[in-house]
Design a protein around this ligand. Sequence first.
Ligand code: HEC
Length: 186
Amino acid sequence: MLEYDVAGQRGVRNIKHKIPNINGINKEIQLAYLAPLKLFREGIMKKFSHIIMSILLVFTANICWAFQDSRQLVNLPEMMQEHMMANMRDHLAAINEILGFIANDELDRAANVAETRLGMSSLEAHGAGHMANFMPEGMQKAGTSMHRAASRFALKVEEGETLKALDALAEVTSACVACHMAYRIR
Ligand code: HEC
């Protein structure tokens, strides 16, 4: 009976009876209105977290960079810097060609590239004598040991002693690595 009197009666029981329904509607309303609001808020939080993460990353990256880049800065005149970097790119290209020639069993060509572009014969072309004056001793030594190892490699590979030659080639690349770990020019 009371259930049909809901509209007319304001009895507690009737209202109570209606409550589940009203609540049900409310829940839907809540979902309909609050869900986008919730998403919006979550979106903002997400945005914030991105910004916070980015700021943190930049800071930690800077801190890591400051800690990690302990290489010594070597001041070279601008012209010399460019010359040296061009040399460097050619060093890498030379190593690449050498590996290709070894793989193709073209050992004479590997030897030739090593001697003329990395070895003792390359010093003049690289202007090494002139540049050495601007370099700290450790840097000069790394350079010299690279050129020597390249010439040793050229001899060994010409003799067909590929394994020993590769050993010398690893000494070449070790000198590249050693110098790169310790020095920078900009
Ligand atoms: C005597 C020191 C030294 C030796 C040996 C050396 N490098 Fe470098 N190299 C440098 C320095 C210094 C830089 C610049 C690094 C910087 O300022 O961040 C450089 C830069 C380079 C670059 C970047 C060039 C560019 O244009 O960005 C390459 C590639 C490179 N070296 C390859 C090599 C290879 C390959 C070898 C060995 C065969 C080698 N280097 C041996 C000191 C050396």
